[in-house]
Design a protein around this ligand. Structure first.
Ligand SMILES: NC(=O)c1ccc[n+]([C@@H]2O[C@H](COP(=O)([O-])OP(=O)(O)OC[C@H]3O[C@@H](n4cnc5c(N)ncnc54)[C@H](OP(=O)(O)O)[C@@H]3O)[C@@H](O)[C@H]2O)c1
Length: 353
């Protein structure tokens, strides 16, 4: 039996994880947490809001599935990494914001870090058993979101409802908006850098509208390995929860005879500047990725509340990145201060935009 603590149990990932855990007799849910919605009776130990690490201390799980959205997931990520407790990580924001501190804690703790993001789960499977020097480059795919092939002038007045209509994935509101702006792929680029230890110039992003290929790794001998599957988050959730068993999941196998076509195109970095901004923040390092994430969280919240236009999300992030010093954080308190400062700057920019 693997004893699991599920954080973010009421969300899109959380609900799908409950389905996977409920259908696998080898998985036992020992604790569950949410931010504000009730989860009475979901697990023997439950907690709504507050410090999730207290719940983890009491539950002593074998594996933590962190499916909280945003920077709020950071304490739980560090809790698991530091103690060598296996971590199934959907909460990419924590790894992006605290990449250096989190990877240092991971090294000290020595547990498994299993990405739940479908692209990173796919990349991990393509990379398994290979050494970094064998890898030429990693390719992350992006659906392109609902506004693919639109120009900037066509995006000026798009509404939250339009941004929330994702073509291939059904997800929580924050990541759906991030997919529409391509900020999500920017966060994933930084996430991949920290997970796999690859330099940014060896990580490429391509648009792949059907989300069938989740990632592809090119090797130095000219071979490439790709991971294919229907866009269904239960696959990477199940992979992370049951690793290394690869337990059965209720997903049909890929049907190649049903007219499957694989199309790829380059991302439009001018219309969707957040991808390039994330790359730059990642390359500059220090607390720039933390500031990128913080400003994006503030801007997406303002957009969803109708206080900010779609195009102003990227402008808010760009202005915030131009105003912070990006100084590396040697400890958690410094990182929390960098996050708070970026949020203050982003709020100010978003209010005047
Ligand atoms: N959805 C996907 O398909 C998908 C795919 C790849 C990666 N991810 C990543 O997975 C994470 C979750 O995404 P999602 O789409 O599942 O989001 P979601 O549907 O909005 O759910 C977010 C969850 O986080 C909880 N939460 C929010 N703030 C919290 C806090 N301060 N303390 C404790 N819990 C808090 C929410 O609780 P309440 O409901 O009580 O507010 C909810 O359970 C994100 O980092 C996202 O980028 C998601």
């Amino acid at each position: 039996m693997k004893r699991i603590a599920l954080l973010g149990a009421t969300g899109s990932i959380g609900r799908q994880a409950l389905e996977i855990i409920g259908s696998d007799p080898e998985l036992e849910l020992v604790a569950a947490a949410s931010g504000s919605r009730s989860i009475d009776g979901v697990a023997p130990l439950t907690q709504v809001g507050g410090d999730m690490t207290e719940l983890l201390d009491r539950a002593k799980p074998d594996l933590v599935l962190n499916a909280v959205v945003g920077f709020a997931g950071l304490p739980a990520t560090l809790w698991a990494l530091e103690r060598g407790v296996d971590l199934a990580l959907a909460n990419k924001e924590s790894l992006v914001a605290a990449g250096d501190l989190a990877t240092a804690a991971w090294r000290r703790g020595g547990g498994r870090l299993l990405p739940v993001d479908s692209e990173h789960s796919a990349a991990l499977q393509c990379l398994e058993g290979r050494t970094p020097e064998m890898v030429h480059s990693l390719v992350l795919t992006a659906s392109g979101g609902p506004f693919r092939r639109r120009g900037r002038d066509e995006l000026a007045n798009v509404t939250p409802t339009e941004a929330l209509a994702h073509p291939t994935w059904n997800m929580g509101p924050k990541i759906t908006v991030d997919s529409a702006t391509l900020a999500n792929k920017g966060l994933e680029l930084i996430e991949a850098h920290f997970l796999f230890g690859l330099d940014y110039d060896r990580i490429e992003v391509v648009i792949h509208p059907t989300s069938t290929v989740h990632a592809l790794v090119r090797f130095r001998d000219g071979a490439s390995l790709a991971h294919l599957g229907y866009p269904d988050m239960r696959v990477p959730i199940s992979f992370a929860l049951t690793f290394p068993e690869r337990a059965p999941a209720p997903i049909p196998p890929l049907d190649l005879a049903s007219g499957l076509t694989l199309e790829f195109e380059a991302p439009d970095l001018e219309t969707f500047p957040l991808l390039a901004l994330a790359r730059r923040a990642g390359e500059e390092g220090g607390t720039y990725p933390c500031a990128f994430n913080a400003a994006n969280e503030v801007a997406v919240e303002a957009f969803l509340a109708g206080r900010l236009s779609f195009l102003a999300i990227a402008e808010t992030v760009e202005e915030t990145l131009a105003s912070v010093d990006g100084k590396p954080a040697s400890e958690l308190t410094e990182l929390i201060e960098a996050d708070a400062e970026a949020r203050r700057l982003a709020q100010r920019t978003a209010t005047t935009a």
